[in-house]
Design a protein around this ligand. Structure first.
Ligand SMILES: NC(=O)c1ccc[n+]([C@@H]2O[C@H](COP(=O)([O-])OP(=O)(O)OC[C@H]3O[C@@H](n4cnc5c(N)ncnc54)[C@H](OP(=O)(O)O)[C@@H]3O)[C@@H](O)[C@H]2O)c1
Length: 361
């Protein structure tokens, strides 16, 4: 049987506990939940005890899921070392070490074999933490995860030459404080008040669209979120030179990210072929059928954040060829960023680790 712990009980941590309750992992007991402050938290009507995180809290844990914030005072920088030194495998949702050489960055539908490195008895150097046992796995960025799940089967079938993507990212991607910010702003504006104090997003998010959101502007005019999608996708697909260009946009949606993805393929695929490939791919649900609107007008179904929120698949629709480029194909990809984009992917990594007997329950 497995003993697991979760560090952080914000937007992702709460979903992590839910995904653990729903998972096939043979858990010996309820997950140990740690955060900056001890308290009781209620999830789906069930009250759980949250303990204050401390370096001795990981004794006996086989797997520790990190869902705390990043940076020097963040959970992983403070507690990943003691967790691994006490024998646990760490699966981290944060971005602190995703691009470190030797760190597996894993989406189970795409690159599960990268987990094999965990069998090594060696060490790895995590910046700001130092030399630690090779027991660390990084969970990619939410926008990257849903994109690579959709890209991989097309890449296998027709080799992707280029990716152009624009995201429509929900506020839950910026944590529980951002969800509250949208609620408060929307309520104030609907009641003819000013939007109030901007806390997470530097500009109004309610009834607006932010093409820079709360991200940092970096090299060549792209934000850090956009560069994450480029670098992480290349690492996960093992395509270090793949040309990818990204525009990340925050929209006033509470949960589930959408992406308009354009791929250029080496071998042209007609939309019907691409639809069939995606329909048969693991983790994907295609919503792209001819249908009718209530008024009888012709219509093609497509996924929406309200369909994806609270669900596991990566939904794909609007699969269509570029009329001016036979190698070009468009996809509309929607997924729950807190589940497949974070907590669920982390739990699926743990399930893969257990099924490969890298950790034996
Ligand atoms: N939101 C998403 O869609 C998403 C997707 C992929 C990855 N991620 C990543 O997942 C992580 C969590 O994100 P979130 O959206 O859940 O953030 P959040 O809602 O702000 O929650 C952060 C949680 O981390 C805890 N925490 C912070 N520093 C800690 C420390 N030093 N020790 C122990 N606990 C600490 C906080 O504890 P208290 O509650 O006690 O303050 C809080 O429970 C971040 O690294 C984020 O980048 C998020």
């Amino acid at each position: 049987m497995l003993r697991v712990a979760v560090v952080g009980i914000g937007a992702v941590g709460r979903e992590m506990v839910r995904c653990l309750w729903q998972s096939s992992l043979p858990l010996s007991e309820e997950p140990i939940v740690l955060a900056r402050t001890a308290r009781e938290v209620t999830i789906d009507g069930k009250t759980i005890q949250v303990r204050e995180a401390n370096p001795d809290a990981f004794k006996g844990a086989d797997i520790v899921f990190f869902a705390g914030t990043e940076g020097e005072k963040g959970a992983a920088k403070q507690f990943a070392r003691p967790a691994m030194e006490q024998g646990a495998i760490v699966i981290d949702n944060g971005s602190d070490f995703r691009m470190v050489e030797g760190v597996p960055l894993v989406v189970p539908e795409v690159n599960p074999d990268d987990l094999e490195v965990l069998r090594s008895k060696g060490t790895i150097n995590l910046p700001g933490v130092g030399e630690v046992p090779q027991k660390y796995v990084a969970n990619p960025n939410c926008s990257t995860i849903q994109m690579v799940v959709a890209l991989k089967p097309l890449h296998d079938a027709a080799k992707i030459k280029r990716v152009i993507v624009s995201t429509y990212q929900a506020v839950s991607g910026a944590g529980s404080a951002a969800i509250e910010e949208l609620e408060i702003q929307a309520h104030r504006i609907l009641h003819a008040q000013d939007p109030g104090e901007f806390k997470v997003h530097p500009l109004q998010i309610a009834f607006n669209v932010l093409a820079g959101a709360n991200w940092r502007f970096e090299e060549a005019g792209y934000t850090n979120e956009e560069w994450k999608m480029v670098r992480e996708t290349r690492k996960i697909l093992h395509e270090p030179e793949l040309p990818i260009t990204v525009t990340c946009v925050r929209v006033p949606v509470f949960n589930a990210h959408a992406e308009a993805i354009y791929v250029e393929l080496e071998k042209p695929l007609i939309a019907d072929e691409a639809r069939e490939i995606l329909r048969n791919a693991k983790g994907i649900f295609v919503i792209d059928e001819p249908t009718q609107l209530p008024d009888g007008s012709a219509y093609r179904s497509y996924p929406m954040p309200i369909d994806a929120s609270g669900k596991d698949p990566v939904y794909v629709g609007r699969i269509r060829n570029d009329p001016f480029n036979p190698e070009g194909l468009w996809l509309w990809v929607v997924a729950d960023n807190l589940r497949k984009g974070a907590a669920l992917n982390a739990v699926q990594i743990a399930e893969e680790i257990v099924s490969r007997e890298i950790v034996k329950p």
